[in-house]
Design a protein around this ligand. Structure first.
Ligand code: NAD
Length: 269
């Protein structure tokens, strides 16, 4: 159901890969709420061709950009400026770790892979905002979001160097959010989402067990991707104008639950 919450708002959505992607659901919901956007992903992801379906369904343009390349991002923002003038929202829904992909243990990780994980999954958030701010492309009260995970706060085996990437991502949201708020009244937040069955999520060692545990240890159960998309819509809307520099948990209560009865029943003596 649409409430026209984003009527007239324009933005960029990074990270829709396939129908399971959180960014895919966000794009569909933003479109339903009247928002317009450019869809962006790495050139290698675009070659899979899936994104064209979403672009057609939402009347959006697709622009390739590897978020580790300032040149690609400059080009993307130039196209966005020509198309929309100013922007109201940006979604950073991007994560990748070669140490995770190759199943290399956290304590044994390769640092070239580690740097890559930080660059793609966290520093890219800074890079995107740096270029947006330099171009002065965001409208006042614009909203910028990135997706995070509770492994930034809690040790979760298997999440590997992505834990460190998420901690950095959340710190960038706070620190960049301070300056962007002061200078341009732009707000910056992260949403810390429940485990979700997607390509990136499924790559985590023990993801099935993590998903099942979080499901049982959250009073409301794991938050589905569609509900995460709804939260993003609200965060992009004018209903949340004074929310900035926050890590917002969207996790069915997992982050503030010690133990549920279901988990206690499993452990026993
Ligand atoms: N799935 C989960 O359990 C979960 C939970 C909490 C947070 N998140 C976060 O949500 C975000 C989206 O992940 P998802 O679960 O929808 O998986 P996904 O695999 O659908 O999305 C990850 C995206 O990152 C893109 N990407 C990777 N390298 C890139 C690069 N160099 N340049 C541009 N894009 C690049 C991929 O192409 C892909 O579209 C990530 O930040 C992820 O860490 C996921």
């Amino acid at each position: 159901m649409s409430h026209n919450l984003l009527k007239g708002k324009k933005g960029i959505i990074f990270g829709a890969l396939n129908e399971d992607s959180i960014a895919w659901k966000v794009a569909e919901r933003v479109h339903e709420e009247g928002g317009e956007f450019i869809l962006s992903n790495a050139p290698v992801a675009l070659r899979m061709g899936e994104l064209n379906k979403l672009a057609e369904a939402t009347g959006s343009e697709v622009v390739a950009a590897d978020v580790t390349s300032e040149e690609d991002l400059e080009n993307l923002f130039k196209i966005a400026e020509e198309k929309f003038g100013k922007l109201d929202f940006i979604l950073h829904s991007i994560g990748m770790s070669i140490n995770v992909r190759k199943g290399i243990h956290y304590t044994e990780c390769r640092y070239d892979y580690y740097h890559k994980a930080m660059d793609i999954s966290a520093i890219s958030f800074h890079r995107v905002m740096k270029i947006a701010k330099q171009k002065d492309i965001m409208n006042e009260w614009g909203s910028i979001l990135a997706l995070s995970f509770i492994a930034a706060q809690l040790a979760i085996p298997g999440y590997n160097d992505m834990s460190d990437a998420k901690a950095l991502l959340e710190s960038i949201a706070r620190t960049f959010g301070y300056y962007y708020g002061k200078d341009k009244k732009v707000r910056v937040n992260t949403i810390s989402q429940s485990p979700t069955k997607t390509t990136a999520g499924g790559g985590i060692k023990g993801f099935g067990e993590l998903f099942g545990f979080a499901q049982k240890n959250s009073p409301l159960g794991n938050a589905p991707a569609l509900d995460c998309a709804n939260y993003c819509v609200v965060m992009f809307s004018d209903l949340t104008k004074y929310v900035t520099m926050q890590n917002l948990f969207h996790d069915g209560g997992f982050s503030t639950t010690g133990l549920t009865e279901e988990i206690m029943g499993h452990v026993g003596e």
